[in-house]
Design a protein around this ligand. Structure first.
Ligand SMILES: Nc1ncnc2c1ncn2[C@@H]1O[C@H](COP(=O)(O)OP(=O)(O)O)[C@@H](O)[C@H]1O
Ligand SMILES: [Mg+2]
Length: 220
């Protein structure tokens, strides 16, 4: 299969991997993403996980080709969760709107639920994604896709939720992010029966000392 790199889209501050928007040289010029890895192990791990997770019907990009430096994968057209949160908090600058955020929260929790269930069946132990930065998820036609799996490791599933929420609190409008995180926690505990104490533990492990104040605010 012939394809060409069109444009580098590496995230600022990432010294490890490089990501490119690319196109297959067919009539449709099928869009795709080429991710170059800094190590063979990271590349092999991500390729294996993407293929297996997709085979189990988790929403992740399809692997199109693996070469010695990287992985060519399906392009997921849409906004990242990082971008969506910025849009939502701007739209709700005057007034936090819990009902407008509910469906995104359920989609996120459901994606994590599916990921943890499938990953634990695959590896016969609980696995966490670990690098759960909001830029690692894209919303396409109302469905969440996960992109970044090289840091996957054994762990308790609540770790991913705790770390995800700390990433949310580090950017954007603090009051709005705090309200969003509290709303997410309520659903996690209410409908999904997650153990919030374990999520809190992961938050504290990940945080710098000055962030502990925010964790207090989430839980009171
Ligand atoms: N298959 C894809 N479809 C759409 N966007 C992608 C795809 N792969 C990567 N991206 C974009 O590139 C960024 C970096 O990709 P990612 O896989 O998270 O690598 P990194 O290890 O650099 O974080 C993502 O945040 C996303 O915006
Ligand atoms: Mg990433």
């Amino acid at each position: 299969m012939k394809w060409i790199q069109k444009k580098e889209i590496t995230r600022e501050g990432n010294q490890q991997n490089r990501v490119f928007y690319a196109e297959i040289e067919n009539d449709e010029k099928t869009p795709c993403a080429y991710k170059m890895f800094s190590s063979q192990e990271a590349k092999d791990r991500e390729a294996m996980l993407l293929k297996t997770l997709r085979r189990h019907a988790l929403r992740v990009p399809q692997v199109l080709e693996v070469d010695d430096k990287g992985i060519l994968r399906e392009w997921i057209e849409g906004l990242t969760i990082e971008e969506i949160l910025i849009e939502m908090e701007e739209a709700q600058a005057g007034q936090y709107d819990a009902s407008a955020n509910e469906s995104l929260i359920y989609r996120l929790i459901n994606w994590f639920y599916d990921f943890h269930t499938i990953a634990s069946c695959m590896e016969h132990q609980n696995l966490v994604m670990y690098d759960v930065h909001p830029s690692n998820f894209v919303l396409r036609r109302g469905q969440i896709y996960g992109l970044d799996f090289e840091d996957c490791r054994p762990g308790v599933v609540e770790t991913d939720f705790g770390r995800f929420m700390i990433f949310l609190m580090r950017d954007g409008l603090f009051e709005w992010r705090l309200a969003f995180v509290k709303q997410m926690m309520k659903s996690m505990e209410g409908e999904f029966r997650y153990n919030l104490e374990l999520a809190r533990q992961a938050m504290e492990d990940m945080s710098k000392k000055e962030e502990w104040k925010s964790i207090e605010l989430i839980f009171n």
